[in-house]
Design a protein around this ligand. Structure first.
Ligand code: IPE
Ligand code: IPE
Ligand code: MG
Length: 245
């Protein structure tokens, strides 16, 4: 009999979308959608732990989200601040390891300090790895990786022939994090919006109609159920007709 757990993806990455629409459907300010989105995030982290998922990545602020009104940006920054202040000790007690991907440019000093504290405090934890993509954009991440490689070629410590897929992956923010098996986007939108473009080359994509503030264990299970019946071929043959996977 097949072990149910063998169907659980090792790494689930989520584009948490639809907070604004959730709020406007209820005649509430967008902030209320973002606030309820934090509650959905708490439920989702717990559900991921319960399912035995090893890596959970969430897209919480994109490099393009700076295009939003300053008041909304301030609200999103405030929610991140509060989330770390309120939840860090509890996540640490649950053995969760926090990783942050993205850049510091534009972030206030106290946010940078909080993100650093969260990573440092939990760095030796061995439970769920919770990856927060904050002020993250894939193209910038790839450009930064190329710049670091170019500098080493310029100073002679690396040769052009050394540029391999593994080398590039090792210069991304996600070094030591396996590629996502499953990328979920909520709210019915069907695009990646500059999220993990390199890393999701062979991820299964599931588009959930659920608006992020309504997300939780049931919606996560529905996404995993959709993933379970996919045939991941990685360019080879289907396992069903004798492929190696
Ligand atoms: C996701 O919800 C939260 C962030 C992008 C920070 P949105 O704020 O994008 O909600 P919609 O897409 O406008 O409904
Ligand atoms: C993607 O959602 C970014 C996050 C969820 C943090 P957006 O709502 O910003 O994406 P677009 O603008 O609809 O593509
Ligand atoms: Mg959106």
């Amino acid at each position: 009999m097949t072990d149910q757990r063998s169907y659980i993806p090792e790494h689930v990455a989520i584009i948490m979308d639809g907070n604004g629409r959730w709020a406007s459907q209820r005649g509430l300010p967008r902030f209320e959608g973002h606030r309820r989105g934090v509650e959905a995030l708490r439920r989702t982290i717990t559900a991921a732990e319960d399912l035995g998922i090893r890596f959970l990545t969430v897209y919480s602020f994109s490099s393009e989200n700076w295009r939003r009104p300053v008041t909304e940006i301030a609200e999103l920054m405030g929610l991140l601040r509060r989330f770390i202040r309120n939840d860090l000790a509890d996540l640490h007690a649950r053995n969760v390891r926090i990783r942050v991907i993205g850049v510091n440019d534009g972030l206030s000093a106290d946010i940078i300090a909080l993100l650093d504290e969260a990573e440092k405090l939990t760095s030796a934890n061995t439970g769920l790895t919770f990856v927060v993509a904050f002020n993250y954009g894939s193209r910038r991440e790839i450009a930064d990786a190329f710049r670091s490689i170019a500098c080493e070629i310029a100073d002679g410590s690396l040769a052009p022939a050394d540029i391999t897929e593994e080398l590039i992956a090792s210069r991304l923010n996600t070094v030591d994090i396996p590629d996502p098996d499953l990328v979920v986007r909520t709210s019915g939108e069907q695009r990646l919006s500059n999220f993990l473009l390199w890393q999701s080359s062979y991820s299964e994509l599931v588009f959930s109609p659920v608006l992020w503030p309504d997300f939780g264990q049931d919606a996560l299970m529905a996404a995993i159920d959709a993933y379970r019946v996919r045939d991941r071929r990685f360019g080879g043959l289907s396992a069903a007709i004798g492929g190696s996977r």
